[in-house]
Design a binder for this molecule. Structure first.
Ligand code: COA
Length: 142
């Protein structure tokens, strides 16, 4: 059974990093030096766990107006709703903290994933970590 919980960036560091490094560094060739950044200690982190095994992670930065990021699901568990469950939990956290919208810098290739969750593109394409991105926002009044 799948569950999503708030993670502690220190206590759950190994699980979060294992997923992020497998997905972003190994799979997408994001430089290792920028994968963990100075916002990590300030974000609310999430872990998706299925049958006791960590299968996905993500974070929301409430101090940056609800910026969602580092959303990653292990390759073998994609297409089964794990990413959606993580995002919906992040949206609940944003609402609980009185934010009226969330946003992200989305990789262009996964734009449909965010559109599926109600996000709309609000910028021209730009490059971050050598990957084409667009800014996307989702208002809760929609
Ligand atoms: C993007 C990612 C988090 C999605 O997680 P997931 O658990 O596979 O997503 P879900 O199963 O909840 O998908 C929900 C919907 O989003 C869309 N979607 C999901 N992944 C997609 C992708 N890679 N490309 C296009 N659309 C996608 C589909 O419409 C899907 O609905 P469907 O299954 O009915 O077709 C996952 O593919 C991943 O970790 N990718 C690598 C890391 C990454 O690119 N992260 C995003 C950084 S901006």
């Amino acid at each position: 059974m799948l569950s999503v919980r708030i993670a502690d960036f220190a206590a759950d560091h190994a699980e979060i990093c294992a997923i992020r490094f497998a997905v972003f560094v190994d799979e997408q060739q994001v430089p290792e030096s920028i994968e963990i950044d100075d916002r990590d200690p300030h974000c609310v982190h999430l872990l998706a766990v299925e049958d006791g095994e960590p299968v996905g992670t993500g974070r929301i930065d409430l101090a940056l107006s609800g910026k969602v990021g580092r959303v990653a699901v292990v390759a073998s568990r994609r297409g089964q709703g794990v990413g959606t469950a993580l995002m919906k939990y992040a949206h609940c956290i944003a609402k609980d903290n009185a934010l009226d919208k969330v946003w992200c810098n989305a990789q262009v290739s996964v734009r449909p994933f965010y559109e599926h969750l109600g996000y709309r593109v609000t910028s021209e394409p730009f490059y971050e970590a050598n990957i084409e991105h667009v800014r996307m926002e989702r208002a809760f009044s929609d």
